[in-house]
Design a protein around this ligand. Structure first.
Ligand code: PMP
Length: 357
């Protein structure tokens, strides 16, 4: 039997279920609305003959469109096959120096830990504050003994966002070391993106995705914005791994999506409005739900455990996510779907809770 030198001790990330049967799918923070009509047009216009050739290894046309949208230079943009890949390449490029740990929260996107194990980068988890906020000061205090820092803003699965000034203080504490701001959900937040700050802070790398606010999870496209030196390093690492991570169709549809600002803004504002009614209805049933800055909410009920609620919903055809980890095992992470999805969810929860409401 062949034993893998690498895979032996690894515990990989577990992706949320993609059920084959029809469900109300509120477990992986996908967008409930279709991609922009411009994406349909770009797909229709795609000439299959182009598939004969490798795609542009630098995805220049897409990077130009993203740079235009973000107000930065194309040399400040790196694209990859989903932001997971961008994050993974950033770990390989920037973390692990002098065997110092990378710092992140104890409750956050679990891939941060997985990448640490994969690349042999030590990591140190800083516990969230009792109210689930990031301990930004605690993370800053460790800068001297760390190789860098990564956080999600808004954080997942808590849905909470930290203010820009607090995060910039963290970035300053890590001067000379990479700080990755994972903004997968930032388009749904009241806190502005840190992208404009990448001009002032050469150690700040902001990572974004087309999977949530742009309805393109299936296309697999993410990007990073940062100082040219950071972007060049990412490109070097990428070219040691796969010259063409973004396929030609994905590059075309992502470009179409990023150029359609009006549709994007409309979708985001619908999701934010549905989020408001979801939070209100859940609170009406007695749930504890923090105000969300993301396209999901993080809810627990004083009278019912998380596992019970998750399986009761599953039996009613509604899929939500739960993480069996200390402090959060009784919380459900529920994606903001359509208004109809939310109504069905609330009916199912009311039935499940019965006399306990
Ligand atoms: N960061 C966070 C915080 C996420 O929740 C996700 C989605 N699972 C990602 C990054 C990755 O998104 P994608 O690879 O689809 O761009």
């Amino acid at each position: 039997m062949i034993r893998s030198r690498l895979a032996g001790g690894l515990v990989p990330y577990t992706a949320g279920e993609q059920p084959v049967e029809k469900t109300i799918k509120l477990n992986t923070n996908e967008n409930p609305y279709p991609p922009s009509p411009a994406v349909y047009r770009a797909l229709g216009a795609f000439d299959a003959e182009k598939y004969r050739l490798y795609p542009d290894p630098t995805a220049l046309s897409l990077r130009r469109a993203i740079a235009g949208y973000e107000g930065v230079g194309e040399e400040n943009v790196f694209v990859g096959n989903g932001s997971d890949e961008v994050l993974s390449l950033a770990y390989a490029a920037f973390f692990g120096g002098e065997d110092k740990p990378v710092i992140f929260a104890d409750v956050t996107y679990s891939f941060y830990e997985v990448f640490g194990s994969l690349y042999g980068v030590r990591y140190r988890e800083v516990p969230l504050l009792p109210d689930f906020r990031l301990d930004v000061r605690g993370m800053a205090a460790l800068a001297g003994e760390a190789c860098g820092c990564v956080f999600a803003n808004p954080n997942a699965p808590t849905s909470l966002a930290e203010e820009r000034e607090d995060l910039l203080a963290l970035v300053r504490a890590y001067a000379g070391k990479a700080v990755i701001a994972d903004e997968a959900y930032a388009d749904f937040s009241h806190v502005p993106s840190l992208v404009p700050d990448t001009e002032e802070y050469p150690n700040l790398l902001v990572v974004k995705t087309f999977s949530k606010s742009r309805s393109l999870a299936g296309a697999r496209c993410g990007y990073a914005v940062g100082d040219k030196a950071l972007i060049d390093a990412l490109r070097t690492v990428k070219n040691c791994f796969n010259s063409y991570p973004v396929n030609a169709v994905t590059a075309a549809v992502a470009e179409a999506a990023v150029r359609d600002g009006a549709y994007f803004r409309e979708c985001v504002s619908r999701i934010k409005s549905t989020r408001g009614s979801l939070v209100k209805s859940l609170r009406g049933l007695g749930f504890d739900v923090p105000d969300s800055d993301a396209n999901f909410v993080f809810a627990s009920h004083p009278e019912a455990g998380g596992a019970e609620l998750q399986s009761a919903l599953r039996k009613r055809g509604i899929v939500v996510r739960r993480f069996d980890r200390p402090r959060i095992a009784d919380r459900l992470r529920i994606t903001v779907g359509t208004e109809e999805d939310v109504s069905a969810l609330i009916v199912a929860l009311r039935e499940t809770l019965g006399s306990r409401i």
